[in-house]
Design a protein around this ligand. Structure first.
Ligand code: F6R
Length: 639
């Protein structure tokens, strides 16, 4: 095998030649670190070819996965004189039909992220064209293949993976020997692309893609996958049988392929999820809990009913011999879970807190809730928020972004027209004119329209926080600049964003911080907001004495929940509290009845979150804990 990725950068997991894994893979803590390593391999290949006086032929991908690899290559070009004069590139795919100058085209993407910033000869850039006449496509594709062959074949192919298991746009059903061709996109792929196109109806139905055969002919292949939503397909691809239903499994037959993953994308691999099934483990307390919860869920038995035989039959005899008997482990793990449950998220005053998730003192805490968008607070922790206020803590909410992108034009027009009816002004007239003339595929709004959309979300947030009896002076709108691009693509996090977060923390001096802990890549707003907080805390922790007493609790956003074994604080809700939370979410009217960025889950946010809170409660109950209507879950972050 020719694997070339350096591993001295401390991957957190390595491919093991077990009966489970069929593709070499390396797991890194973050996509940032992993991308830098992949960029380094590409740069080394380019330089090696330069020494040999040869061209370097790269197969390139688009999408969110390779962005940081391209950023790093651009940095190397600018700061380390990496030249691309000998590089010939072939992109995997392009939507069809698609004009080059359309911001959604892969042509535009590649120029924006890479080609415009390096010294590649423009004639060496090859991207399938989305504007070839339909009756010329067949020949066009044959020519594309020939061009790759004539260039000497692909030295290196960079890939992402779709949730359908596609590589390039080779959707399920693709043949192992397929070449470049026009294909029909899978529905899931179109759903995933919908946010960038402002709705699924605008996503093209077809694409031109290199084939599986084309990709497999590359001398070296590196596939990148980041984030929880890739973990299932990564497991299927690495551990499953080769099948046209998951085209990426064809890579099992390529002898120089590496999958580069971050922790979230690797989460479903057997070696990561249930390591006790693969090898003998070093059992720390967290792993013990994870294993016991897994066993209880697998056998559909509450923890206290698990037997020695259950442990022995399921790869956990090592744990049993360390702990004594099933009875001993069961009690220990049950108690640990039991002590995560509290109706006092700010700590129970004047009581023994040795087995509670939060400190009893001070009895009245200053609490700062960070909410990436102006509604994540109520959606993700509305019940806890309500209790914190009710229990007399000084609660503050900081909305990190304006959320203006997610307000529809119709909603904005409604408010502009109301405003005009009350008092006409030049600004309102301009807003109405802009919205009336806006084309359906036009994304960027005028500043005035963006302000109005931001204002709508601000007013909705205040309605919700007032419902929880929070004074307006405790509601802070940070409007972090990275978000204010007017498009779906956000800017990068800068010190300006971090300073804003630092200043609100210094102002409030909180005992508790709550934040959206969506650690999953890729580069969504929640992740950037969390990065801003983590960096702000790192930068301040040695300077600010009060931070020694600040505990950080992470909630999960609208999409998924912490696993039961990850939860450090579980706040139960009564049926009435569930209704109050629903009521608060309803104040965010611009996000109701069909939000703009729904993803493939058609349930509204309040339904999703109620289902999720109910599920968390059911899971706890099935583990043998009390039967609650709903639970909000938090994980403590130590900094
Ligand atoms: C892009 C491509 C696709 C993407 C895949 C993952 O050129 O061919 O296979 O790599 O859809 O997309 P992201 O990285 O956006 O998750």
């Amino acid at each position: 095998m020719l694997y070339q990725i350096e591993t001295k950068h401390q991957p957190v997991g390595q491919f093991e030649d077990t009966r489970f894994e069929k593709i070499h893979n390396i797991i890194y803590k973050s996509s940032l670190e992993a991308s830098a390593i992949v960029a380094k391999e590409i740069a080394a290949l380019i330089k090696q070819k330069q020494k040999e006086n040869k061209n370097c032929v790269l197969g390139l991908a688009t999408g969110s996965s390779p962005i940081k690899v391209y950023e790093e290559l651009v940095r190397m070009h600018k700061e380390e004189n990496l030249s691309f004069y000998n590089v010939i590139t072939f992109n995997l795919d392009e939507y069809y039909p698609m004009e080059k100058d359309n911001v959604q085209s892969y042509f535009y993407f590649m120029h924006e992220h890479l080609f415009n910033h390096i010294d590649i000869h423009p004639e060496n850039i090859n991207i399938p064209s989305g504007s070839v006449d339909l009756d010329e496509i067949r020949q066009y594709c044959i020519d594309y293949e020939m061009k790759i062959k004539n260039a000497g074949g692909l030295d290196f192919q960079l890939l992402g993976i779709g949730r359908t298991g596609h590589i390039g746009f080779n959707e399920p059903g693709s043949h192992i020997n397929s070449g470049t061709r026009i294909i029909t996109l899978d529905h899931i792929t179109r759903v995933d692309a919908a946010p960038a196109f402002l709705g699924i109806k605008n996503v093209p139905r077809k694409a031109i893609t290199m084939g599986i055969g084309t990709v497999k002919s590359a001398k070296r292949i590196v596939l990148l996958a980041w984030g929880n939503n890739k973990s299932e397909i990564i497991k299927e691809t690495i551990e499953g049988k080769i099948s046209s239903e998951v085209p990426a499994t064809y890579l099992q037959e390529h002898n120089n392929t590496t999958f580069v993953l971050n922790q979230e994308a690797s989460a479903e691999l057997t070696r990561v999820k249930t390591p006790w099934l693969v090898k003998s483990c070093i059992w720390n307390e967290d792993l013990k809990l994870k294993a016991v919860v897994w066993l209880s869920e697998l056998l559909n038995k509450s923890i206290l009913k698990l037997t020695d035989k259950d442990y022995n039959d399921n790869g956990m005899s090592g744990l049993l011999s360390e702990e004594g008997t099933a009875y001993d482990i069961n009690i220990k793990m049950f108690n640990r879970l039991q002590s995560t449950i509290t109706g006092w998220p700010g700590g129970k005053p004047f009581s023994d807190d040795s087995n509670r998730p939060e400190r009893a003192n001070p009895a009245k805490k200053r609490v700062l809730i960070f909410s990436p968008h102006p509604d994540d607070d109520v959606i993700s922790m509305g019940g806890t928020f309500d209790r914190l206020v009710e229990q007399g803590h000084e609660v503050h909410v900081a909305y990190q972004t304006s959320g203006n992108i997610a307000v529809s034009d119709e909603e904005a027009l409604k408010f502009a027209e109301i405003s005009k009816n009350i008092k006409s002004s030049k600004e309102v007239d301009e807003i109405i004119k802009f919205l009336e003339n806006k084309k359906s595929n036009e994304i960027k709004d005028s500043i005035a329209v963006r302000n109005l959309k931001g204002l709508i979300r601000k007013s909705e947030s205040l309605a919700a926080t007032r419902f929880f009896n929070l004074p307006d002076k405790n509601v802070h709108f940070l409007n972090l600049p990275f978000y204010e691009t007017g498009t779906i693509k956000k800017g990068s996090l800068t010190q300006e964003d971090i300073d804003i977060v630092k200043s609100i923390i210094s102002e409030i001096q909180p005992h508790q911080i709550y934040a959206a802990g969506d650690l999953a890549d890729p580069h969504g707003t929640h992740k950037i907001c969390l990065d801003a907080l983590f960096i702000a805390l790192e930068q301040q922790k040695h300077e600010k004495e009060f931070l020694k007493d600040t505990w950080v609790w992470l909630y999960r956003g609208a999409w998924h929940e912490w696993e039961s074994y990850e939860i450090d604080m579980a706040v139960p809700m009564s049926p009435d509290q569930v209704l109050r939370k629903r009521h608060a979410i309803f104040y965010h009217q611009s996000q109701k009845d069909g939000v703009m960025f729904q993803g493939d889950d058609h349930r509204e946010f309040w339904v999703r979150v109620e289902d999720r809170n109910r599920l968390t409660a059911n899971r706890y109950n099935q583990l043998g804990l009390a039967d609650y209507a709903a639970i909000e879950a938090f994980k403590r972050h130590h900094f």
